[in-house]
Write a protein that binds this ligand. Structure first.
Ligand code: NAI
Length: 331
């Protein structure tokens, strides 16, 4: 039998946490034959709610779940974890300045970085979900220098999946037959959902999504804004954030990272830029990646037209500005 993998979920008493922990316990993240031990962290005001989630995990009698740690102590939460999904953060409240939200999250991610660095298992893989996701991940990377930078990522898979969903609706095809969209850049409204290389599986082989849709105005307009603003649309409809799809996409992100992407398929992940596609090095930026043996690699050599170039640069500029804002909060 396989040794259990320890998976940390921070903010586990929140909306996404509540959707995510049962998926992990059911094997959606790491596969149906991989036992798991869940480590759940939240803050003191949520401790009672967190304990309620733990009670439900016991009640659900998940065969793969070999233990649950539910705690408000960051050291206990981080000890020995192999995978860390960082969902906890300080939400933007009405009337708050962007700098104030950034400042709260910078201090959270700085201290959790230190705890992970000191107490997590060697080679722990980190996925940051909490917003501002790219910049929180960057702060985590800066303050956990002994964790390899390739182990620190942020979630843009939800945006990637949203783009697949929009294309499948538009073409009236199965979403599982659509692949290789790309989300470039920030998990924010400047992200660039790119369909230039996307394909549809048909009985006559793979076809270009762009050619099948054959409506440049839609692809460069409504498609992009729908994906960029989908989070806000869900909040408007549900009065709550997109927890189900965020949780499912977080499982997709980790599963593909650990178990590999299918041959010929790439996915989008926020990763530490090495300067590929002339994206400034030193940002956490969403790229198309393939994964093999637990490591991601940025897909190289894709053609970038002028429209795309401008979009890649605009979202990079926003991330550069966010990085400066985050650093100004540190001093
Ligand atoms: P939520 O407010 O329901 O849950 C957040 C939880 O984090 C709360 O239980 C809170 O007590 C906890 N928390 C706050 N500070 C903490 C700390 N220092 N340590 C541990 N836990 C802490 O929010 P929800 O809806 O679950 O969303 C969580 C985050 O995910 C938000 O930042 C949201 O913007 C982001 N998000 C990101 C997406 C992505 O695609 N990257 C998609 C959807 C949401």
């Amino acid at each position: 039998a396989k040794e259990p993998v320890r998976v940390l979920v921070t903010g586990a008493a929140g909306q996404i946490g509540y959707a995510l922990v049962p998926m992990i316990a059911r094997g959606v993240m790491l596969g149906p034959d991989q036992p798991v031990i869940l480590h759940m962290l939240d803050i003191a005001p949520a401790a009672e709610a967190l304990n309620g989630v733990k009670m439900e995990l016991v009640d659900a009698a998940f065969p793969l779940l070999k233990g649950v740690v539910a705690t408000t102590d960051v050291v206990e939460a981080c000890t020995g974890v192999n995978i860390a999904v960082m969902v906890g953060g300080f939400p933007r409240k009405e009337g708050m300045e962007r700098k104030d939200v950034m400042s709260k999250n910078v201090s959270i991610y700085k201290s959790q970085a230190s705890a992970l660095e000191k107490h997590a298992a060697a080679n722990c893989k980190v996925l940051v979900v909490a917003n501002p996701a790219n910049t929180n991940a960057l702060i985590l990377k800066e303050f956990a220098p002994s964790i390899p930078e390739k182990n620190i990522t942020c979630l843009t898979r939800l945006d990637h999946n949203r783009a697949l969903g929009q294309i499948s609706e538009r073409l009236n095809v199965q979403v599982s037959d659509v692949k290789n969209v790309i989300i470039w850049g920030n998990h924010s409204s400047t992200q660039y959902p790119d369909v230039n290389h996307a394909t549809l599986k048909t009985p006559n082989g793979e076809k270009s999504v762009k050619e099948l849709i054959a409506d440049d105005e839609w692809l460069k307009g409504e498609f992009i804004t729908t994906v960029q603003q989908r989070g806000a649309a869900i909040i408007k409809a549900r009065k709550l954030s997109s927890a189900l799809s965020a949780a499912s996409s977080a499982c997709d992100h980790i599963r593909d990272w650990v178990l590999g992407t299918p041959e010929g398929t790439w996915v989008s992940m926020g990763v530490y830029s090495d300067g590929s596609y002339n994206v400034p090095a030193g940002l956490i930026y969403s790229f198309p990646v393939t994964c093999c043996n637990g490591e991601w690699t940025i897909v190289q050599g894709l053609s970038i037209d002028e429209f795309s170039r401008n979009k890649l640069d605009a979202t990079a500029a926003e991330l550069t500005e966010e990085k400066a804002l985050a650093y100004s909060c540190l001093s």
